[in-house]
Design a protein around this ligand. Structure first.
Ligand SMILES: Cc1cc2nc3c(=O)[nH]c(=O)nc-3n(C[C@H](O)[C@H](O)[C@H](O)COP(=O)(O)OP(=O)(O)OC[C@H]3O[C@@H](n4cnc5c(N)ncnc54)[C@H](O)[C@@H]3O)c2cc1C
Length: 650
């Protein structure tokens, strides 16, 4: 990239790059494991009790930020104990220690206190500098106003109805998704802004931005003929060849039975055994030129493209091509959890301005007196959180950040143990606490390193689930007149580095007000799912994780600037002038792995790796979405409830 292009992009502009060195210094080795800073080379982390400690406003490389994962990686590599000193005994003793302050860990604390009483002493240990896990809040102050976005977990949505437990918890927190859905004030619709597709020259031979056929990205038409005309009009403006245009039109608006003469159940069975890519090429007989247009349309759901997702699952989540096939509504055997749920109708779809970080804040408000102000599920959005109050000696619940748990052991044989010992590393020291029980609300893959005494079969099962890597980026811009001029609010970019670019969700909630004037600053959300088409999903995810951990901030930044400049150029966007701030939330360990009917065996329920992996081990139980082999907030809550109850029963 030339220096003058970098100047045009604004790579020289003063925005925070304090985490840049972490990425830039990395050498990409041939080994599978990224060579990252070792834990003993880390700067001593800022204590959470320091005045002004407020991680939601931190910018640069966030999500799994530098300083959060080095200890765990060193534990995995077998080097941690070489440089760890003798553990310092804190003398602290709790009724329960929880590992992980995501929705699952915080819910576990809530349920435990419901059962054991409010005076029960609970310690929550979290390796990141903020609580919430994936439910992370990105907070900006631009133009004298608060702007919020989700750094990870966005919605209270689920393919299946929330259980009584999960729904009950939301109700106790005052969250009423059907009522809250009305908070979306539909600013963009009132301004006539629509979705668009950006065709990039590297994939489609020229850069072109084309407004999408319908109101939403794929449609919302009152009549089929409307859809046909809209799609034809849209396709004619794209750089796609006439044959590819005809085939996309057939897929999107045709009513063709591609498996004539077969009953619905047989069609579904066949569709469950081929990828959506194979369906398009071999069954629909589409030109291979359609693939770049569709390849990434499953990434947001499962973290891999259509090469690795069954056609039946793609029908389940609403991808096109099946309208004339006479498939009976509803789930069928051999569908993934999400696809089966959505085929049956799905459930809630609501989110707070900062996503489910608001749920995490509501939970902390319940758990720790005076740490979070306000009283309602609406005022949580602008509530102040006093991080200095999260870990106070006198409090019954303590939440300790920047603390990576490195060992959890039953004291005595698991069958008769009455207590556990928990060791955690913080500020380059190892500390010891004791408790009557421990809930591991952390990720499955780390558990075998924390509990090396677990049975081998359980450790193997815990390792099976490879989490899905993702990046959600929040970019603050000075004004959004370029979007208004182009008439767009969301851009799908099938060939670009960032697959989706959209203006912030438009909602008013409590005292929070979404920007309504395009001359005012706004946040943009961009997402990327690093994967390697052609390989089995778990392999794709390992390669994606490697990519994320070894990508310097500068690369993310240049791609943000370049892509926004190219998409918005006819709207007058100037990347050097208009970009104010960037937060890259990288999640090398993102969504919990969901079984994929094309690649995973169809185990009986009790032999599924998540079921074997989550077995109680003495006074240690296991929560987190991995335990349900899905990636939804309701399951994070349900698994917490189960893990807390298993402790009670033991
Ligand atoms: C980008 C993204 C978007 C998502 N969007 C949605 C959505 O819209 N809707 C939805 O329902 N779900 C979504 N999810 C899924 C999300 O994972 C769950 O909804 C939920 O937030 C998971 O909560 P959890 O507590 O189970 O796990 P996590 O949020 O992952 O929390 C576990 C915590 O344990 C910590 N931990 C791990 N090891 C240790 C250790 N050794 N010591 C201390 N702490 C440790 C981790 O760092 C983490 O903070 C999304 C996930 C991602 C990554």
């Amino acid at each position: 990239m030339s220096n003058s292009y970098d100047r045009y992009l604004g790579m020289h502009r003063e925005i925070t790059r304090r985490d840049f060195m972490n990425g830039a210094a990395l050498a990409i080795g041939t080994s599978w494991l990224p060579r990252l800073p070792t834990w003993d080379s880390l700067e001593v982390q800022e204590p959470q009790n320091e005045t002004g400690y407020y991680p939601p406003t931190r910018i640069g490389l966030r999500g799994s930020h530098p300083g959060s994962f080095e200890v765990a990686h060193s534990l995995r590599d077998g080097t941690f104990w070489d440089s760890a000193g003798e553990p310092v005994d804190t003398g602290e003793s709790y009724d329960l220690v929880i590992v992980g302050a995501g929705i699952s860990g915080l819910s576990a604390a809530y349920f435990f206190r419901e059962q054991a009483g409010k005076s029960a002493r609970v310690l929550i240990l979290e390796n990141h500098d903020d609580f919430g896990g994936h439910a992370k809040r990105n907070e900006f102050h631009l133009g004298g106003r608060l702007h919020l976005l989700n750094g990870g977990t966005l919605s209270i949505d689920s393919p299946t109805p929330y259980s009584t437990v999960a729904d009950g918890l939301l109700k106790k927190l005052g969250v009423d998704p059907p009522q809250f859905e009305k908070k979306d004030v539909k600013v963009y619709r009132s301004l006539g802004l629509r979705s668009a597709v950006f065709f990039d020259k590297e994939t489609f031979d020229e850069d072109r931005l084309v407004t999408a056929p319908g109101r939403g990205w794929r449609g919302e038409f009152d009549h089929p003929s409307e859809a046909q005309n809209a799609w034809k009009e849209f396709l004619a403006k794209t750089p796609l060849s006439p044959q590819v245009q005809r085939d996309i039109s057939r897929i999107e608006t045709g009513k063709i039975d591609f498996m004539p003469g077969l009953p619905s159940a047989e069609k579904k069975a066949r569709l469950s055994k081929m990828s959506y890519r194979d369906f398009l090429i071999n069954v629909v007989k589409a030109d291979p030129g359609v693939i770049p247009f569709y390849q990434r349309q499953t990434e947001g759901e499962w973290g891999v493209g259509i090469d690795a997702e069954p056609a039946l699952d793609c029908w389940g989540i609403g991808l096109p091509g099946f309208d004339g096939m006479g498939l009976d509504p509803g789930a069928a055997p051999h569908m993934s959890y999400s696809a089966a749920g959505y085929a049956n109708g799905g459930f809630y779809d609501f989110h707070f301005p900062d996503g489910n970080a608001s749920i995490a804040r509501l939970l902390v408000r319940e758990l720790i007196l005076d740490a979070v102000d306000g009283h309602t599920a609406e005022d949580i959005v602008t509530a102040q959180v006093d991080y200095n109050r999260l870990d106070r000696q006198a409090a019954s619940v303590r939440l300790r950040l920047n603390s990576t748990v490195v060992r959890v052991q039953n004291i005595g044989p698991p069958s008769s143990a009455k207590e556990v010992q928990v060791l955690y590393a913080s500020a380059r020291k190892v500390f010891r606490v004791r408790a009557k029980g421990c809930v591991l609300a952390c990720w499955n893959m780390v558990i075998p390193y924390l509990c090396p005494d677990l049975p081998d079969a359980q450790k193997e099962a815990l390792h099976y689930l490879v989490k899905v890597p993702l990046v959600y980026t929040s970019v603050g811009i000075k004004k959004w007149t370029s979007f208004q001029k182009l008439g767009i609010r969301h851009v799908s970019a099938p060939g670009s580095y960032w697959a989706d670019v959209s203006l912030n969700w438009s909602m008013h909630m409590g005292a929070y007000r979404t920007p309504t004037n395009p001359d005012d600053p706004i946040l943009i959300h961009l997402s990327r799912t690093p994967c390697k088409p052609g390989l089995p999903p778990r392999e794709q995810q390992k390669i994606g994780r490697y990519e994320l951990l070894t990508t310097p901030f500068e690369v993310f930044e240049r791609n943000i600037r370049d892509q926004l400049a190219r998409i918005l150029k006819d709207g007058g966007f100037d990347p050097a002038r208009d970009i104010e701030a960037i937060t890259v939330n990288r999640w090398p360990h993102g969504y919990g792995y969901e079984y994929n009917p094309l690649f995973d065996p169809d185990w009986p329920e009790d032999q599924r790796p998540n079921v074997i992996g989550r077995k109680r081990f003495g006074r240690i139980t296991i929560a987190n979405t991995d335990s349900a082999a899905t990636a939804y907030t309701d399951t994070a809550i349900d698994q917490a409830y189960r893990a807390v109850n298993e402790l009670k029963e033991s």
